[in-house]
Design a protein around this ligand. Structure first.
Ligand code: FE2
Length: 326
């Protein structure tokens, strides 16, 4: 099946095309956040302005015309309302025009499943770390087959925490990757560490790190912020590994691009003889191909939705999605 997927949940407008699980194209355009942070209306405007150009690029890279597409997927949520609605509207328009079945896709499921397919993992423990979310998950069979959230952040996602710190430290670009660069050669200073079982919180840590900027070298604060938050994730993930006895660990989401988090997690997993797979960076970043891949699975398994029933949900939880495929 040839399926086109549209991702527009936050700063990235991505359109990808897959055919029988193979990615034919994965094009994108990104809203530049800058020091002001993401302004939803501006990001949505930019998505709307560029949707035609990105669509053309995706079709051209895949060597296909719209008439050859057999299904449409789009990100239903979670995400930013005005941004999500641009993708929904584009998907509905194409579906109506070409009489195509539609699949509303959960964004987190896109990141995780694209990595799980690539890894060839059947039943991994998942650490999903992105801007808006941070969760530890595993597939559970009851009452329906879905990803159960074993642990998660009680406040903000680790990506947003790192981005907020980057803005406070006046880094440009104000991204977690700038924090990683600043942290090179830093020394450790103590910061609050909050893990409760397999859950964690980041806002106290962010506030404390912000306060330390006035009295410590910025590189020491950045280093300590990374070490502390990543150690929290490793502790919670290790607890989940011991609980579930899984031997496969999947790391995905925007923050999975962090070299240091990979190092720390792999060190922990090696002690439990657990295989680790980190998704490719093009799939850790927001992209349309992951939405197309999950949409293809949904459509093949009768999980399509009529255009008039398709909507967006800013707080769409992954644990409410049935996984009707392996
Ligand atoms: Fe994402």
């Amino acid at each position: 099946m040839r399926v086109l997927g549209i991702e527009s949940s936050a700063h990235t407008l991505g359109i990808g095309i897959v055919e029988n699980g193979r990615v034919l194209s994965n094009e994108k355009m990104m809203y530049q956040i800058g020091t002001a942070g993401l302004i939803p209306a501006k990001a949505a405007d930019l998505h709307a302005e560029n949707v035609h150009a990105v669509l053309r690029e995706a079709l051209s890279k895949a060597g296909l015309t719209l008439g050859e597409i057999e299904g449409i997927g789009y990100t239903m949520g979670p995400g930013i309302g005005p941004c999500l609605r641009v993708g929904e509207l584009a998907a509905k328009t194409l579906a109506e025009r070409y009489g195509l079945p539609m699949a509303p896709v959960n964004h987190a499921l896109g990141h995780i499943e694209v990595a799980r397919f690539a890894a060839g993992f059947r039943d991994p423990l998942v650490l999903y770390v992105s801007g808006g979310n941070s969760q530890i998950l595993a597939i559970e069979g009851k009452p329906f087959r879905h990803y159960r959230v074993l642990g998660e952040t009680f406040d903000i996602g680790i990506g947003n925490m790192l981005d907020s710190f980057a803005r406070e430290a006046k880094l440009n670009p104000a991204w977690g990757s700038s924090v990683a660069k600043l942290a090179e050669g830093g020394s450790y200073i103590e910061l609050p560490y909050t893990v409760k079982g397999m859950d964690f919180t980041f806002t106290g840590l962010l506030t404390a790190a912000g306060d330390k900027l006035a009295v410590h070298r910025h590189k020491d604060v950045a280093f300590s912020l990374q070490e502390t938050s990543f150690a929290m994730l490793c502790e919670a993930t290790e607890r989940a590994l011991l609980l579930t006895r899984k031997k496969e660990l999947l790391l995905s989401g925007g923050v999975a691009q962090s070299k240091r988090l990979n190092e720390m997690l792999r060190l922990m997993a090696a002690q439990h003889r657990t295989r680790v797979y980190t998704a490719e960076n093009q799939y850790n970043a927001d992209n349309g191909a992951m939405i197309a891949l999950v949409a293809e699975k949904m459509l093949e398994n009768g999980m399509d939705a009529r255009p008039e029933k398709c909507t967006t949900n800013q707080k769409y939880r992954i644990d409410s999605v049935r996984i009707g495929w392996r």
